[in-house]
Design a protein around this ligand. Structure first.
Ligand code: DGL
Length: 256
């Protein structure tokens, strides 16, 4: 299985995936050199995604998990039929489940590119038109996570500031619609009930498991699958930023 993200954020998806599917071999690619994806144009995101997918092709993966919300929102529709492996985009895989949650309003924190696409809003409205959806972008949060600066007073202020704007809408639940944001759950929980936040990766991995099973492609053994991590920037940087969320102490991490 391939896992694709702009940096360490996709580890929030891999972590959920591992809880239910420990036996799959996983190849993770974080395009740290080109992040933040949320501030890139569609053309740039297509170019980065094509390079990543060619890399996954060379690794012979059976499927690629588009952990990154931003590329799911902007690139999936363009590239979905171009490759021999299965592609799992996070947003399109979870909007049905979000739309059916027994709540009347949902907040979504996401990158600027994801908010501009309204992929969450449209996906949810399509199924449940009466649900209110509020999308807010948090441009600083990805850098806060990648630089492991989540507890500085400046970062806490930036987190609190966006959360206050969101809370004015009084959402019943808030979707963390960028893979990096669950890294900030402890900080967000300083200012609001932890139960308010939804990590869509929890629904996403169940969707993937079910789909792989239906396709006869699931490896549901309990044996521990292999993991290799690739990053387009420094391996040490990746380890440092990622290890607060995922156990990378003995992980093989390579810079490509
Ligand atoms: N983590 C990605 C997402 O889920 C993109 C973050 C970024 O690089 O801006 O949207």
């Amino acid at each position: 299985m391939g896992f694709f993200d702009s940096g360490v954020g996709g580890l929030t998806v891999l972590k959920e995936f591992r809880k239910i599917l420990p036996g799959e071999d996983c190849v993770y690619f974080g395009d740290t050199k080109n992040m933040p994806y949320g501030e890139k144009s569609k053309e740039q995101l297509i170019e980065y995604s094509k390079a990543a997918f060619e890399f996954f092709e060379s690794k012979n993966v059976k499927a690629v998990v588009m952990a990154c919300n931003t590329t799911s929102a902007t690139v999936y529709d363009v590239l979905k039929d171009e490759y021999s492996f299965k592609l799992y985009p996070i947003i399109q895989s979870v909007t049905k489940i979000l739309a059916e949650l027994p709540v009347s309003s949902l907040g979504v924190f996401a990158t600027q590119a994801t908010v501009n696409s309204h992929a969450y809003l449209h996906g949810i409205e399509h199924i449940s038109s009466h649900k209110k959806v509020f999308e807010i972008s948090c441009p600083d949060w990805v850098r806060i996570v990648e630089s492991h600066d989540e507890n500085s007073p400046e970062s806490l202020n930036k987190i609190k500031e966006k959360l206050s704007v969101m809370l004015k809408f009084k959402p019943d639940k808030i979707v963390l619609g960028c893979t990096h944001y669950p890294f900030l759950l402890d900080q967000l929980s300083k200012f609001a009930d932890r139960e308010l936040f939804i990590n869509p990766a929890e629904f996403f991995v169940e969707f993937i498991q079910e789909d792989l099973r239906n396709a006869g492609m699931l490896n549901d053994t309990d044996a521990v699958g292999q993991e290799i991590f690739y990053t387009s920037a420094s391996a040490e940087h990746f380890r440092k930023a990622g290890e607060i969320f995922y156990n990378l102490s003995n992980a093989r991490i390579e810079s490509v």
